[in-house]
Ligand binder design. Structure first.
Ligand code: ADP
Ligand code: MG
Length: 324
C-alpha cells in the first residue's frame, strides 16, 4: 500500500454537511469557514511512542487519545471544534493497525462533529501529531492569565486515576485495586474524555475567568495559571474529589495521584464566587461533576490546606518531559 492509497483508504471521508469545512483532504490545503466574527482557536499536541504511550499500544485507543488530548485543549479555551489535521509517522503501512487507529480517531471526531481536513504521512518511528482548529467569540476564551484574586478554584471530574493506571501497568508496588476499579482507571488513561461542552458552557458565563486542562498534574498546571495571572492560590486537599479506586491507597500515594498525577484531561478553572450557581448549572447541563477546591489569592504562591485550614506539604510537582 502506497502513501496515497493509505490516505485514500483510511483518512479520506466526505466533509459532513453543515460543518465549517469548505475543502478537506486531497488538495494542497484545507479551507475552513468559521462563524462570522469569531476568533480561531488553534492547538497542537504530539504523541510519541515510548514517551506518551507504550510500544504495542492498542491502535484504536491511540486514535481516540491522540484526538482527545487535542480536543481537551480546545475545551480549556472554551472553543467549539471546527476540524483537525493529522501528521503521522509510521514504521510500516500496516492495514489492520491503520483501520483500528482510524476507527478510534473517527469515533471521537464524529462525537464532537470535528472532521479530519488534512495532514501529512511519512515513514518513521511511530509519532502522532494532531492540530485542532476551533472557534470562540472574541473576548470569551478562557485564558490562563485571567484568574483574579477572590475567584473560586474549580475542577471538573476527578484527578489521579490515570496516574494509578500507569503505576498498575508498570507494576509499581504501591499500586493495587479491585478489578472493576482497575478497569475504570485504565479506561481513564487510555480513553480520556475531552470536556468540550463544559468548556463552552463556561466560556458563555460572565463570571468564568481562567481555565486550563490538567495534563501534567493538578498542582503543576495550577502553577501555570498562577504565574500567568500574577496571583496565588489556596487548595483544600480534603475538597478534592476522590475516585473509588484511589480511596484505599496510602495517603502519600493518594495525594501524589490527585495533585501530581498527569494525563487527567480535566478542566481546572477559576470563577467569580457570584457565579457559583451558574457554574454548578453548567456542570449539570453538560453532565460533568464540578467541584470547588480552593480560591485564588492576591498573595503569590500555592498553599495546600487540610480540612481544618492547616498548611500541608505538597508532593512532587507536575510532570515535565525534560526534567527527568
Ligand atoms: P503535499 O505534497 O501537499 O504535502 P501530501 O501528498 O502530503 O500533499 O498529501 C496529499 C493530501 O492528503 C493533502 O490534502 C493532505 O492534507 C492529505 N493527507 C496526507 N496525510 C494525511 C493524513 N494522515 N490524514 C489526513 N489527510 C492527509
Ligand atoms: Mg505532505
Amino acid at each position: 500500500m502506497g502513501e496515497f492509497d493509505l490516505i485514500a483508504r483510511h483518512f479520506t471521508r466526505p466533509a459532513p454537511p453543515g460543518s465549517a469545512v469548505v475543502l478537506g483532504v486531497g488538495d494542497d490545503g484545507a479551507l475552513l469557514q468559521p462563524t462570522q466574527g469569531h476568533q480561531l482557536a488553534i492547538s497542537t499536541d504530539m504523541l510519541v511512542e515510548g514517551r506518551h504511550f507504550f510500544a504495542g499500544a492498542d491502535p484504536e485507543a491511540l486514535g481516540h487519545k491522540a484526538l482527545a488530548v487535542n480536543l481537551s485543549d480546545l475545551a480549556a479555551m472554551g472553543a467549539r471544534p471546527l476540524g483537525f489535521t493529522l501528521a503521522l509517522a509510521l514504521p510500516a503501512a500496516d492495514d489492520a493497525w491503520l483501520a483500528a487507529f482510524a476507527r478510534g480517531l473517527f469515533a471521537l471526531a464524529d462525537t464532537h462533529a470535528c472532521p479530519l481536513v488534512g495532514g501529512d504521512t511519512t515513514r518513521g518511528p511511530l509519532n502522532l501529531c494532531i492540530t485542532v482548529f476551533g472557534e470562540v467569540r472574541p473576548g470569551r476564551a478562557l485564558r490562563r492569565d485571567a484568574a483574579r484574586a477572590g475567584d473560586d478554584l474549580w475542577i471538573s471530574g476527578r484527578t489521579g486515576e490515570a496516574r494509578l493506571a500507569l503505576a498498575l501497568r508498570r507494576g509499581e508496588a504501591w499500586a493495587r485495586g479491585e478489578p472493576a476499579d482497575i478497569a475504570d482507571v485504565v479506561d481513564r488513561m487510555d480513553r480520556p474524555t475531552p470536556r468540550l461542552a463544559l468548556g463552552q458552557a463556561l466560556a458563555a458565563l460572565d463570571g468564568a475567568h481562567a481555565a486550563l486542562d490538567v495534563s501534567d498534574g493538578l498542582l503543576g498546571d495550577l502553577g501555570h495559571i498562577l504565574k500567568a495571572s500574577g496571583v496565588g492560590a489556596e487548595v483544600g486537599v480534603d475538597a478534592l474529589p476522590v475516585a473509588p479506586a484511589l480511596q484505599n491507597l496510602a495517603l502519600e500515594h493518594r495525594l501524589d495521584c490527585l495533585l501530581a498525577g498527569g494525563d487527567d484531561y480535566e478542566l481546572l478553572f477559576t470563577a467569580d464566587p457570584a457565579a457559583r450557581d451558574a457554574v454548578l448549572a453548567a456542570g449539570r447541563t453538560t453532565d460533568v461533576a464540578v467541584t470547588r477546591i480552593g480560591r485564588i489569592a492576591a498573595a503569590p504562591g500555592l498553599r495546600l490546606l487540610d480540612a481544618r485550614g492547616h498548611r500541608i506539604e505538597a508532593p512532587r510537582r507536575g510532570f515535565d518531559h525534560f526534567a527527568d
